[in-house]
Ligand binder design. Structure first.
Ligand code: NZQ
Ligand code: ZN
Length: 392
């Protein structure tokens, strides 16, 4: 196990009814005027908006609003939010929604106290100050409610990049009522489950040895997601399945499962190019990329892929030819993804094989673009080969 520091300062208020504490939490973390950030209106239909408004009102906290954040959130809303915060004297940002609302709130948070362009924090330097961000979560997926990440697409150039690492992006609190996620369309529930599974896999596939404790944490979480997602899809109002998914999504990405080991993140890097170009759901893009990545890289450590197959999917170990076990794990993953309604082919997310050179070239615009991936380095020709596998 490698040395590590682990910092996860977020306060979690988890469960049905906890949303009533939102206003009090804003106050506890020093907020006196709020910017409420949300998406295209789901929160107005499922009650999350009314609940947040009632709780802020009860705590005597005034607010202004920035709605209309799109999935795969764009820089335009960030600039708008920064301007609004400065004009209105906002000292606390409350995201009500999924990863896109939260990531927009985080980017606004670091942009407000900064004289330059917030995009500097996504292209060249780590942010050191932020307006505090709190979250009311309505979608179990990204783990952004406790993560140190924000992912924004710079309009014009269509660059979908994550922030330069800094713990400053971790929200001060997250209100997590699983009931809010009961209104999710099945496709979003499935995309979210795929995303959280991927966050664990990006950590699980590591070249670091002797990481048993995090291996076992990862395996337990993955197995929980494999069971809970079909339950939530079969009965969207299944509170316990929703609760398992919501907490698993947070644990998948606050880095509890990633400490002490080198992490991969190649599938995510490749996927961000897909959702930048085709505007597909992030989880759906991962469902297409991840099995292709696994197939391409598994021979670098067959034992680890076989372990995944046996411990997570219950495959039988072939001691003579462990590569058969490793391959069976990928097949079982693909079958599970299909069973929850995820795409697993290029065409299903509107992607085209002839775009592969452009996808690789677009990635190359990122500072330090190649190689990427902590499990095994991915160069331009590797990325091309992985995308070609995904396109088959
Ligand atoms: O916009 P509204 O109307 O709110 O509808 C949203 C949106 O259409 C809807 N939705 C959310 N909660 C709902 C609901 N519909 C009904 N009932 C509810 N309770 O779901 C749609 C997708 O929302 P979005 O926030 O875009 O989804 P998600 O949470 O999956 O976020 C995806 C974004 O996060 C980034 C992704 O790349 C993508 O841009 N990621 C952020 C990470 C982070 N900050 O740590 C890590 C991830 O790896 C990921 O890259
Ligand atoms: Zn993700």
């Amino acid at each position: 196990m490698n040395n590590f520091t682990f910092y996860s300062p977020t306060l979690f208020a988890f469960g049905d009814g906890e949303e009533q504490n939102t206003g009090a939490l804003v106050r506890r973390f020093g907020g006196t005027k709020v910017l409420m950030v949300y998406g295209g209106g789901s929160i107005k239909r499922n009650g999350a908006y009314d609940d947040a408004a009632a709780s802020l009102r009860a705590a005597g906290i005034p607010w202004v609003e920035l709605g209309g954040v799109q999935p795969n959130p764009r820089s335009g809303k960030v600039y708008e939010g920064i301007e609004l915060c400065r004009r209105e004297g906002v000292d606390f940002i409350l995201a009500v929604g999924g990863g896109s609302a939260i990531d927009t709130a985080k980017a606004i948070g670091v942009g407000v106290p900064y004289d330059g362009d917030f995009w500097d924090f996504f292209s060249k330097q780590a942010a050191e100050k932020t307006v505090p961000v709190g979250v009311v979560l309505t979608l179990s997926a990204t783990g952004s409610e406790a993560s140190d990440s924000s992912v924004i697409t710079l309009e014009g150039e269509n660059l979908k990049w994550g922030n330069i690492k800094s713990d400053i992006y971790r929200p001060v609190f997250a209100v997590m009522n699983p009931r809010y996620t009961c209104s999710l369309p099945a496709y979003q529930t499935a995309s979210g489950a795929t995303d959280m599974l991927s966050h664990i896999m990006e950590r699980y596939f590591t070249p670091t040895e002797h990481v048993d404790v995090t291996d076992r944490l990862c395996e337990g979480l993955m197995k929980t997601i494999l069971t809970a997602a079909p339950k939530a899809l079969a009965d969207p109002s299944d509170y316990n399945a929703r609760a398992d998914l919501m907490w698993a999504g947070m644990l998948a990405h606050n880095n509890l499962c990633g400490v002490g080991r080198r992490q991969d993140w190649a599938s995510h890097q490749i996927e961000h190019e897909l959702s930048a170009l085709y505007d597909c759901a992030h989880g759906a893009g991962l469902a297409v990329v991840t099995p292709a990545w696994m197939t391409y890289v598994m021979d670098r450590d067959i034992a680890r892929f076989a372990q995944f197959a046996v411990r997570v999917f219950g495959c039988e170990m072939d001691f003579h030819q462990p590569e058969n076990t490793a391959r069976a794990g990928v097949e079982r993953l693909v079958a599970w993804l299909r069973s929850i309604g995820m795409p697993t082919t290029f065409a299903e997310i509107g992607a085209r094989a002839e775009d592969i050179p452009a996808l690789v070239a677009h990635r190359a615009k990122k500072p330090g673009a190649f190689p990427f991936g902590g499990f095994t380095p991915i160069h331009e020709d590797d990325m091309t080969a992985i995308l070609e596998l995904a396109a088959r």
